[in-house]
Design a protein around this ligand. Structure first.
Ligand code: GTP
Ligand code: GTP
Ligand code: MG
Ligand code: MG
Lengths: 292, 279
């Protein structure tokens, strides 16, 4: 573990009162490796390590801690602070329906997460309506309909030839008519470099003015997370992130990268394939997971 | 950054290191490569950015070429391909592309809807089957996946099909019970036909980072993987994890996925992958 590696570095320095430049330098190299192993983007690692250096050099080693533990304490605090406040919740609109738009790369878990959120809101006594706005993936509509039946939440499906934008606009009318509290738009997976599809997303955002735009990201995402997050943020101004597949053993460094470049908080995490597998985000737990 | 006698442009070396880390090769692999590069550049000559890059390209190219081994499907009939991998990587879509590819070669292809778990997984493969103009063997949702594969293989042999491609449900390699299910799927095929499945194809997503290494290791250890497919290379992710995976596990990369359409499948060509890596 990182703590063990740092203990090794500091073993020879017992009894020093403050952390000097060279001790910290070596420790920072270990921290850099740990973060890169965890898939944190290398530019984010650079700036993060620099922040830690500034706090660590000359820092007092608390009587109860070893130098290694003191550095770890600083790293953990910085990471947790970066990961953002705990329990960043969905912001409910002043008047119904609250419109939530799910977006992200192919296969990240949007459709499943849409159903998970809908199930959660239904449990909380709300009236959700899911919108099958992915008309390109084979059986995407059936996928959302099947999930809708499982959780007892209706799904709005468009007519033949209707564009995703039209489907969403029609859904808003339906939601108002049926007094739904929250409208969840499940959009098609798309590449951030697909100009046409990013424009489609921009248009849905512009015309529907969703109260929450959530980027759904696979926790296994590597260095590319920064590029994806930046592009989606520029296109539709993200309000939050859903980080999925955290039930695996990916360290999840993408979470830090995304937070760093967009400022968007992680609002929910996916912890399994079942519709109940949605949890609140804990920045401190994520920080220690990333550090390994 | 002075090597014994040689001179390396330190800034270029750092730039190269960052390029490779950004491409998801992984910090440990990159460190190894950079050390190897340093050794190669000892000998008194000056290595500037261009020469460093060329030398690094050569080193990585060597590893990638070892991973170039096209799938040979004519040695068995039906040739059975079992497609596995974690959730959402592109298994079902890759199967559709493979079906179209082999049908285009005049082969008779049959698909097995082995994902009996995920919502509308069978329907998804059915749509693809229709588009690729190949038949599909399926049971109802929630059925035993081994029973589907068993029936599909029986049908494949009875119909004199050239290729049987089996879809399986996505699963994380950390789920012991799901890995056991996959092992049972494999046993059931093997019991019916001596060397089936002839290819256990692990699908990896190019947008994944270092976890792809764990996926390759675990699926390999538990199932015995014989080939890889790397999808979503049409994005900006470079899929650099494959360098470490090829080197450590000696697994060939059969195909790369470059889009969501039926024709968006290409054979893995080391030179092309290398060129994209350094773009
Ligand atoms: N283990 C695990 N699997 C998940 C999680 N979230 C989603 N999945 C699985 O990931 C796969 C992809 O999920 P989808 O919901 O279809 O992803 P998507 O983003 O809608 O995909 P596209 O619409 O094709 O872009 C499915 O097999 C899901 O069951 C999670 O938190 N944990
Ligand atoms: N851009 C791009 N998208 C791809 C590629 N391959 C698959 N996809 C997309 O990725 C998403 C997931 O593909 P699937 O084939 O459903 O993946 P899967 O592994 O079968 O997913 P599960 O069965 O849920 O585990 C779909 O939206 C596909 O269109 C590729 O090479 N490029
Ligand atoms: Mg979807
Ligand atoms: Mg599938």
């Amino acid at each position: 573990s990182l703590t063990q590696r740092l203990e090794g570095i500091f073993k020879k320095l017992r009894g020093r009162g403050t952390l000097n430049e060279r001790d910290v330098g070596e420790a920072l190299r270990e921290i850099r490796v740990a973060l890169l192993e965890a898939d944190v983007n290398y530019t984010v690692v650079k700036s993060f390590v620099e922040k830690v250096r500034q706090r660590a050099v000359g820092a007092e080693v608390l009587a109860s801690l070893t130098p290694a533990q003191q550095v770890i304490k600083i790293v953990n605090e910085e990471l947790t602070r970066l990961m953002g406040a705990q329990g960043a919740e969905l912001q409910w609109a002043p008047s119904a329906p609250t419109i939530v738009m799910m977006c992200g790369l192919q296969g990240s878990g949007k459709t499943t997460s849409t159903a998970k959120l809908a199930a959660k809101f239904r449990q909380e006594g709300k009236r959700p309506l899911m919108v099958a706005a992915d008309i390109q993936r084979p059986a995407a509509i059936q996928q959302l309909q099947t999930l809708g039946k499982q959780i007892g939440v209706p799904v709005h499906v468009g007519g033949p030839g209707e564009s995703p934008l039209r489907i969403c606009q029609e859904a808003v009318r339906v939601a108002a008519a049926q007094h739904c509290d929250v409208l969840l738009l499940d959009t098609a997976g798309r590449l951030h470099v697909n100009t046409e599809l990013m424009e489609e997303l921009r248009e849905i955002k512009a015309r529907l003015q969703p109260h929450e735009v959530l980027l759904v990201v696979d926790a296994m995402t590597g260095q590319d997370a920064v590029n994806v997050a930046k592009a989606f943020h520029e296109a539709v101004q993200l309000d939050g992130v859903v980080l999925t597949k955290l039930d695996g053993d990916a360290r999840g460094g993408a979470a830090l990268s995304i937070r760093e470049v967009t400022g968007a908080p992680i609002k929910f995490i996916g912890t399994g394939e079942k519709v109940e597998a949605l949890e609140a985000f804990h920045p401190d737990r994520m920080a220690s997971r990333i550090l390994g | 950054v002075l090597s014994r006698g040689g001179v390396i442009d330190a800034a270029s070396l750092e730039e190269l290191e960052e390029l490779l880390i950004a491409a998801d090769l992984g910090v440990h692999t990159v460190t190894r490569l950079i050390d190897g590069l340093r050794r190669r550049t000892e000998g008194g000559e000056r290595f500037d950015a261009a020469r460093l890059t060329a030398a690094m390209r050569e080193m990585i190219g060597e590893i990638l070429r070892a991973g170039e081994a096209p799938l040979e499907v004519d040695r068995e009939r039906p040739f059975v391909i079992m497609v596995i991998g974690v959730n959402g990587v592109g298994k079902t879509t890759t199967i559709a592309k493979l079906a179209a590819h082999y049908r285009g070669e005049g082969k008779k292809v049959l698909l097995a809807a082995g994902d009996t778990f995920r919502a509308a997984a069978i329907e998804q493969l059915e749509v693809w089957g229709t588009r690729a103009q190949v038949d599909l063997v399926k049971h109802q949702a929630g059925a035993d996946s081994s029973a589907v594969l068993f029936d599909a293989l029986q049908a494949a042999r009875a119909r004199g099909v050239d290729l049987l491609i089996a879809d399986t449900a996505g699963r994380l390699h950390t789920r012991v019970n799901l890995m056991e299910e996959l092992k049972k799927n494999k046993r059931v095929l093997r019991k019916q036909m001596e060397r089936a499945p002839h290819e256990v194809l692990l699908v990896l997503d190019a947008t994944n980072g270092q976890n792809a290494v764990q996926q390759a290791e675990q699926f390999s250890r538990e199932l015995g993987v014989t080939g890889l497919a790397l999808t979503k290379l049409d994005g900006t992710a470079k899929g650099g994890v494959i360098v470490n995976i090829i080197e450590r596990l000696r697994l060939p990369v059969r195909f790369v996925g470059v889009g969501e359409g039926l024709r968006d499948l290409q054979p893995f060509v080391a030179e092309e992958f290398l060129a994209a890596l350094f773009e």
